[in-house]
Design a protein around this ligand. Structure first.
Ligand code: NAD
Ligand code: ZN
Length: 358
């Protein structure tokens, strides 16, 4: 048995208002006045108070980016090109502020500033050759675990797949639960359920080990407190932020499962976003995760979340075929969920029947 040796985020600051310390955190990382910090910020914050608190110096730059669509390899390549054309030297660092979309963009841009070619060439496992530039992740919505993970999930010309590498994790993460104050209720549920589903898939997977279990159980407990108990909003924000962190840590040393494999297919074909896509799939997975789905429905009921229906109602056979192939391509997820002989358990027709329910 050869064990994998993973890097972790080396520095993290946690607490309400900790964002105000960003200036002093990045100061020692400033190479010189010509090497800027580039702040990639979710466009939802344009004109908001958060922007006035960004510690801009010298020729630092803010780039607002919409999170309406999930990040694409072309978008990463265009940002890298723009930065290289604008500045004579490499930036001091990249700072991503937003949800999983902005965090993944920041990681990918930091990697591609030092690695040649297109980001699509690095989608996969351990293909990155050179260390990324310094990069900082600042989540403004909790659940994906992107702040702690070793991947940056990108939609490429041929596939939706992460750049999984030792150079992907952030050098610094700022966890300030107050930044999540404005998140709309539906989105709070969908992205939070991403974390819940990470826990269920990790804890019920064949790859489970004590490392993953310890983080997964803690994250699951926190999700239950946030979505089933009546705790204060402030406590709920703190706890969901830590649930996301632990959920991300849990899958670092195991894998996700059926919901994620299917959700990737849905997202690839229809552009359905990750959080809601997972929920759309997961509600139909009681055969695989009976307890997890039961509790999911309790949470959904408590927070009066109506999921859209008929998403796959009018798809052609070719479209189903594409979705199923993308989904089956995620072999480690199926192995984790169903074991080495997963292909005997999850047949084409069985997967088709599940997609038809959505
Ligand atoms: P997101 O970043 O797409 O944001 C969802 C919505 O919430 C957007 O409309 C955004 O503008 C809004 N929003 C975010 N913060 C807000 C705030 N404080 N106030 C008001 N609105 C706010 O959502 P997400 O669910 O965090 O991320 C999904 C992405 O994460 C997908 O692209 C998925 O592939 C990726 N992901 C990555 C990993 C990883 O390990 N790298 C893991 C899971 C998911
Ligand atoms: Zn996920």
């Amino acid at each position: 048995m050869k064990y994998r040796n993973f890097p972790m985020v080396p520095r993290v600051i946690f607490g309400n208002g900790s964002f105000a310390q960003l200036g002093e955190i990045i100061m020692p990382k400033r190479k010189n006045s010509e090497a800027p910090f580039i702040f990639l910020i979710d466009a939802v914050f344009e004109g908001k108070a958060l922007v006035t608190e960004i510690p801009l110096l010298f020729n630092d730059q803010i780039v607002f980016i919409s999170a309406d669509e999930e990040p694409k390899t072309q978008q990463v390549d265009a940002l890298v090109k723009l930065i290289k054309e604008t500045y004579n030297e490499l930036p001091s660092g990249i700072i991503g502020i937003g949800g999983g979309t902005l965090l993944d963009l920041a990681k990918a841009v930091a990697i591609m500033l030092t690695n040649s070619g297109s980001s699509s060439e690095y989608q996969g496992w351990d293909l990155v050759k050179k260390p990324a530039i310094y990069h900082v992740g600042i989540p403004t919505i909790s659940g994906t675990g992107a702040e702690v993970s070793r991947t940056t999930v990108l939609m490429g010309p041929e596939k939706k797949l992460g750049i999984n590498s030792d150079f992907t994790p952030f050098d610094q993460v700022v966890l300030d639960p107050d930044l999540t104050l404005g998140v709309p209720k539906e989105q709070w549920f969908y992205t939070g359920m991403d974390c819940y589903i990470h826990c269920i898939e990790s804890l019920n997977g064949t790859f489970l080990n004590a490392f993953s279990q310890s983080y997964g159980e803690k994250a699951l407990e926190l999700c239950h407190e946030v979505y089933l108990n009546d705790i204060s909003m402030a406590e709920s924000r703190d706890k969901l932020m830590m649930a996301s962190w632990h959920g991300g840590m849990s899958i670092a040393y195991s894998q996700v499962g059926v919901a994620h494999a299917m959700s990737y297919g849905l997202s690839y074909l229809l552009g359905v976003k990750h959080g809601i896509g997972n929920c759309l799939v997961f509600q139909h997975l009681e055969e695989f995760y009976p307890d997890g789905v039961k509790v999911f429905k309790q949470m959904q009921k408590k927070h009066q979340i109506q999921l859209p229906t008929g998403i796959c109602a009018n798809l052609s056979d070719e479209q189903f075929d594409l979705m199923i192939n993308v989904s089956f391509g995620l072999v480690p997820l199926w192995e984790n969920a169903l074991g080495a002989n997963w292909q005997e358990i999850m047949t084409y027709d069985r997967l088709l029947a599940l997609f038809r329910k959505i």
